[in-house]
Design a protein around this ligand. Structure first.
Ligand code: VG1
Ligand code: CO
Length: 537
């Protein structure tokens, strides 16, 4: 029944910020997905008799890799695989299922906000028993195993029908196809006051970007909360996301932005990404940056039943603006600064040190699961709007009046030649010691370093997590290379300026001096040949 298939290693199976992401064509090479899945199973303990959750965002190759992973899981000792109907599970719903079922872990098949289709991207990520992405020591062990692997094992079995709810056997293992939405929607009903949201009679537009949140948003927003039919746009998951980038930002969700800036805009607008863990928040006439959203959600979370007891702490990734730190200070709770990527929040959440976490890249979440959660952020915003009776714009203005405003933008330079991007970062790192005291326009460098993080729960240290240049007065610029791209390098430049009083400025104008300083410090034009970023978020 169980077959060992001889194989040879691929040199490029190093997981990045969030799992292994490659072009579909790379994943289609013989043994490529099989090697990686087997390497995961070779590294993790406790498979005998255990449950594994499998699901993905519905992109091209999702179903094929699920069938392969089921056959390999059956040959590696698992007793049970639970898979979402149609192969669908949003990343936060997968995290929730792992936790609810007491599973050993889960395979999440997604390249998240990256485009999908035969010539675009695919990805595989392993999550642990706590429902969160494998920490660095595990992803490093998986990578090491991919470099020595010489076989993968599978049971001989036909493809399963993933579209019918129910159980079947694959070898000695049971596979259960479940409704991907039910237990996630029930969790949301426990956290938020659905009656109050319904009673507030708000209007809304939600763009699911032809990705995984369509079925979740339709069930929760339209069926359970009573928003009008048609509130959810692009609600059917498509293997190529309709040819778009399922990245909820002002560039790729431009249609939603226009809707929300119009005179007849609904009260609230939101979007989510390919795998459902990101969120974009736009009120009528008011875009809220993800860093501000984190701070505003944290400041008001106690208005939702799930957080009525208050927060234990707030964690943000290093490039995320310090707006959330000011909320933590006011609440008298700890603020944590971690490297980019959700895997660094897991230990803080498990230890009960933080309740709400967030990233500037439109990820926010809490200790209800161990992933960021797009719809969770949308529902918390709706709960806050319902509880306060205020508009999004009013909440933002009131927040800035209390805490001051962290003007913020991220400039992405995409598809830069890797050698050029590496040269830029190397030069930057080499020159860090000379920066303190130097002036750029009216900005004076106070400190500069390459961010390193020591996890307060297990003492593990992660180095080289991005270059920070801090200016006197609380402004800063951060430089790092993306760890989720699949071709060339993406340089991310994060710009931030704090103002206690001047909270009504235009972000572009307010960040002009820092943008100029960023180029003077890093030589962006000189190294990349680019005079403008490709994407500004
Ligand atoms: C990006 C974001 C990071 C996020 C990661 C995964 O990583 O910057 O904040 O955690 O994507 O998000 P990078 O290394 O490209 O900057 V998702 O929604 O793509 O799983
Ligand atoms: Co995502």
């Amino acid at each position: 029944m169980i077959r060992d298939v001889a194989s040879t290693p691929y040199p490029d199976q190093k997981p990045g910020t969030s799992g292994l992401r490659k072009k579909v064509r790379v994943f289609q090479q013989p043994n490529y997905a099989e090697n990686f899945v087997q390497a995961v199973f070779d590294v993790i303990d406790g498979k005998d008799g255990a449950t594994l959750v499998i699901g993905g965002d519905g992109r091209f190759l999702n179903r094929e890799v699920i069938q392969v992973a089921i056959r390999i899981a059956a040959a590696n000792g698992f007793a049970r695989v639970v898979v979402g109907r149609g192969g669908i599970l949003s990343t936060p719903a997968a995290s929730n299922l792992i936790r609810e079922l007491g599973a050993l872990g889960g395979l999440i098949l997604s390249a998240s906000h990256n485009p999908g289709g035969p010539t675009e991207d695919f990805g595989i990520k392993y999550n642990m028993a706590n429902g969160g992405p494998a920490p660095e020591k595990v992803t490093e062990a998986i990578h090491a195993r991919t470099l020595t692997i010489d076989r993968w094992r599978a049971v001989d079995a036909d493809d399963l029908d993933l579209d019918v709810i129910g159980e079947s056997d694959v070898g000695d293992m049971t596979v259960e196809v479940v409704d991907p939405v039910a237990s996630y929607a029930a969790l949301m009903e426990r956290l938020f006051d659905f009656d109050a949201i319904r009673a507030a009679n708000l209007t809304m537009a939600f763009d699911a970007m032809s990705a995984v949140t369509g079925p979740y948003a339709t069930e929760i927003l339209e069926r359970r909360l009573g928003f009008a039919p048609g509130t959810v746009r692009n609600g059917t998951p498509l293997p190529d996301f309709g040819g778009h980038h399922p990245d909820p930002n002002l560039v790729h969700a431009a249609v939603l932005y226009e809707t929300m800036m119009a005179d007849d805009a609904p009260d609230f607008g939101a979007a989510s990404d390919g795998d459902g863990d990101r969120n974009l928040i736009i009120g009528r006439g008011r875009f809220v940056t993800p860093s501000d959203s984190l701070a505003m959600l944290a400041a008001n979370a106690h208005l939702a039943p799930g957080y009525a007891g208050g927060l234990k702490g707030i964690a943000r990734s290093m490039p995320t603006s310090a707006a959330a730190d000011r909320v933590a200070a006011k609440l008298g709770i700890p603020a944590f600064e971690t490297p980019t990527g959700w895997k660094f929040f897991g230990n803080l959440l498990d230890a009960g040190m933080a309740t709400i976490c967030g990233e500037e890249s439109a990820g926010t979440g809490s200790d209800h699961v161990r992933e960021k959660d797009g719809l969770w952020a949308v529902l918390l915003w709706l709960n806050i709007l319902a509880a306060t009776g205020k508009s999004v714009d009013r909440i933002a203005r009131d927040h800035w009046a209390t805490y001051g405003r962290n003007y913020y933008a991220r400039h992405d330079y995409e598809g830069v030649e890797s050698e050029r991007a590496d040269a830029l970062m190397a030069e930057l790192r080499a020159g860090l010691g000379d920066l303190p005291g130097r002036r750029f326009g009216d900005l004076t460098v106070e400190a500069a370093d390459d961010f390193a993080y020591q996890d307060p729960t297990d003492g593990s240290v992660s180095r080289n997590q991005g270059v920070r240049v801090l200016f006197a007065g609380g402004s800063r610029v951060v430089f790092r290379l993306s760890g989720t791209g699949t071709s060339g390098a993406t340089l991310r430049v994060y710009l931030e300026r704090y103002e206690a009083e001047a909270v009504d400025g235009e972000t572009n104008l307010m960040l002009g001096g820092i943008t100029a300083a960023a180029d003077a410090i890093a030589g962006i034009v000189r190294h990349t040949g680019r005079t403008e970023p490709d994407v500004v978020t």
